[in-house]
Design a protein around this ligand. Sequence first.
Ligand SMILES: C[S@@+](CC[C@H](N)C(=O)[O-])C[C@H]1O[C@@H](n2cnc3c(N)ncnc32)[C@H](O)[C@@H]1O
Length: 247
Amino acid sequence: MRAAWNRLSAAYQGRHDLPTDSAHYGPWAPPENELRILGDVQGLHILELGCGGGQCTIAFAKQGAHAAGIDLSDAQLDYARRLAKAEQVEVDFFQGTAEDLSAFATAAWDVVFSTYAFHYVENIGRCLGECARVLRPGGRLVFSLDHPFRDCFLDEEEDEVTIYPARSYFDDRPVQWVFDTTGVRLQSYHHTIAQWLELLSNAGFRLARLLEPCPPKEVLDAIWPEDDPLSPLRHVPLTIIFVAEKT
Ligand SMILES: C[S@@+](CC[C@H](N)C(=O)[O-])C[C@H]1O[C@@H](n2cnc3c(N)ncnc32)[C@H](O)[C@@H]1O
């Protein structure tokens, strides 16, 4: 996974051109400054897992948070450090896996945040246990992913979208797929909503909110215009956001 993201980083950053004025929840969701899930982050200690190019960590720091990010990929972190320097923002970036947060003290963080990274984490139970450990009591874990329903309509192995379910909602075998035209193979892990709730509860979290934001109309128009044969897929949720509180 580390080698794959090192190879992918330049293509990923070139394709997405992510903002640093607000944290985001992925390519099909409105950003934090519209959803207002976290609200005012001034003075909060926020740790971002799978921070990639660091855009969300930097956005939090710009808004007055004490922010740090961890990612598996050296290339993603090189990009993040260059970006933080260019934006003149003080943030710490660490190389490592979200399954092992031993670099961070217990109960030291108000928020653990992650956008579109948890589905790459093989041992997600261990990762959520580590999130609970580093959060203070009442601290929040906020993370976004592809909605499990979206996974059913995208055959990642063939990079094809289909109007009929391509994959069972209940199929939790890892999925192997190629990122765009890069030829780089990735593996991701998919869980049903009920499995996510169970995983969170087992790790010591209480679900505070579950969001399925409707993608902005211009995003849907770009992917599946109204006259496209695949336009019924406009009705499928694309992103899911979990907000959980450490009990
Ligand atoms: C789709 S990118 C998202 C990056 C960033 N959150 C964003 O929104 O642009 C997924 C990121 O997760 C990282 N990643 C994958 N597996 C990881 C793991 N086990 N621990 C930490 N980071 C991981 C990858 O290196 C990559 O930067």
